[in-house]
Design a protein around this ligand. Structure first.
Ligand SMILES: Cc1cc2nc3c(=O)[nH]c(=O)nc-3n(C[C@H](O)[C@H](O)[C@H](O)COP(=O)(O)O)c2cc1C
Length: 412
């Protein structure tokens, strides 16, 4: 009977002290030079106290022009190593692992960052007019992306982070290459699923070669993007087989893109539009059904994130062998001081503390703003604040992106 407190040895030989993972959550607290700050140290030393076996950083970018948020850290030069070393050390205070999630936002770079971001093809993201029409990448641009991932991973290892995760989910660049909706190329990077996954697989190979056999390399992959004509479960399983052959250390399953967010879904929502089977809703974690299909074809250690809240359920899916690691995001914001006790079974359930506006169109942006504000508060040593204005939260991220991008242009 495997329990959440049991260690896990990864294929590369690294050992995680237990099965709980803080999943990636973008921190949005870099300085005007795209560097990490004291805030990162504060956040991660605090989270390390949870004793989670692994913490994955919020997405870190390879390129200043293609950011998920203007508050991201960019791992593009070694000048920032001293700051990164302090961040990595904070994340290892209690023998935790801390891995860097590496990404490029592609067409999901907002207009404040790039009016014409690079992407696989010129397929624009239509969301509140926030995203410009992308330019299709040339061979040289693709080569730069590969080099950028390698550079970022080298910096991560040098700084003392203990692993990396390649972000190939949620509609960012690598996920855009995987989806036939956003990748309409006719060269070796588009068309068949082998071609669409070529960029991801090339990066995996290059990272393994650069980082060596003993350094953990993980991939975060969508089960599907839930779009008509988009990346499907069948295709995702094909990619899993290809990844399996490369010998990665961990596969994290997620889903959705900016067009259809899937990871914010909560079981109790009644009016949800996302395509979930009733059987999945009844269980806490919404990607677990897909994880079973992955298990049937692959031996790669598996992590599912999204919805896990109760101790018994975590242990049930671990001991059934459905997953190897339990990923949690929002509880590390709203219940962060309870996690250590939860791991020991002293707290049976981490109750959701969610902001609701009551207006369906605003729920995602209000929730996103609510969590973003809590993370920024923590990075300044402040406490969790439950009562926040839903209206202000729903506007927060757009205003934040505008202000931060302008400040970086002026000061950077
Ligand atoms: C504030 C916030 C920021 C997030 N940022 C990232 C990110 O940078 N990279 C990523 O892969 N997922 C990100 N996610 C998704 C989480 O890793 C996780 O998949 C999601 O919150 C569902 O898990 P949960 O139900 O335990 O919260 C973010 C989620 C939240 C709430």
């Amino acid at each position: 009977m495997i329990k959440i407190n049991d260690p896990l040895t990864l294929p590369c030989g690294a050992v995680l002290q237990n099965r709980l993972v803080k999943s990636a959550m973008t921190e949005r607290i870099s300085n005007h030079n795209y560097q990490s700050t004291l805030g990162h140290e504060l956040l991660y030393s605090d989270w390390a106290r949870s004793h989670a076996g692994l913490m994955i950083t919020g997405n870190v970018m390879i390129d200043r022009k293609h950011m998920e948020s203007a508050g991201n850290v960019v791992f593009d030069n070694e000048m920032m190593l001293p700051r990164l070393e302090a961040w990595a050390s904070a994340g290892k205070l209690h023998d935790n692992h801390i891995w860097v999630q590496i990404s490029h936002a592609g067409r999901q770079t907002n207009r404040f960052g790039a009016m014409r971001p690079l992407a696989p093809s010129e397929v624009q993201l239509n969301k509140m007019g926030l995203f410009g029409k992308p330019k299709a990448m040339t061979e040289a641009d693709i080569d730069e992306v590969i080099k950028g991932f390698v550079r970022a991973a080298k910096i991560a290892k040098k700084a003392g982070f203990t692993g990396v995760q390649i972000h190939a989910a949620h509609g960012y660049l690598l996920s855009q290459f995987l989806s036939p909706n956003t990748n309409q190329r006719t060269d070796k990077w588009g068309g068949s699923i082998e071609n669409r996954s070529r960029l991801l697989l090339t990066i995996v190979k290059e990272l393994r070669w650069t980082l060596g056999p003993g350094f953990p390399i993980a991939v975060k992959l969508n089960s599907a993007d839930f779009q008509r004509g988009g990346f499907t479960e069948e295709e995702s399983l094909e990619v899993v087989k290809l990844l399996d052959a490369e010998g990665i250390d961990l596969l994290e399953i997620s889903g959705g893109t900016y067009e259809k967010l899937a990871f914010f879904l909560l079981n109790e929502e009644e009016n949800d539009v996302r395509p979930l089977k009733e059987s999945t809703k009844q269980r806490e974690a919404y990607f677990i059904e897909f994880a079973k299909k992955v298990r049937a074809i692959s031996k790669v250690p598996l992590m599912v994130t999204g919805g896990f809240r109760s101790y018994d359920f975590c242990n049930e899916v671990l001991s059934n062998g459905e997953v190897d690691l339990i990923g949690m995001g929002r509880p590390f914001i709203t219940n962060k001081d309870d996690i250590a006790d939860f791991l020991e079974g002293k707290i049976p359930r981490l109750e959701n503390r969610v902001l609701r506006t009551g207006i369906k169109q605003f729920e995602d942006s209000a929730e996103g703003g609510f969590y973003a504000r809590q993370l920024i508060r923590y990075s300044k040593g402040r406490q969790f604040k439950l009562n926040m204005s839903p209206l202000w939260c729903s506007m927060f991220l757009v205003l934040y992106e505008f202000r931060k991008a302008m400040a970086k242009k002026i000061l950077g």
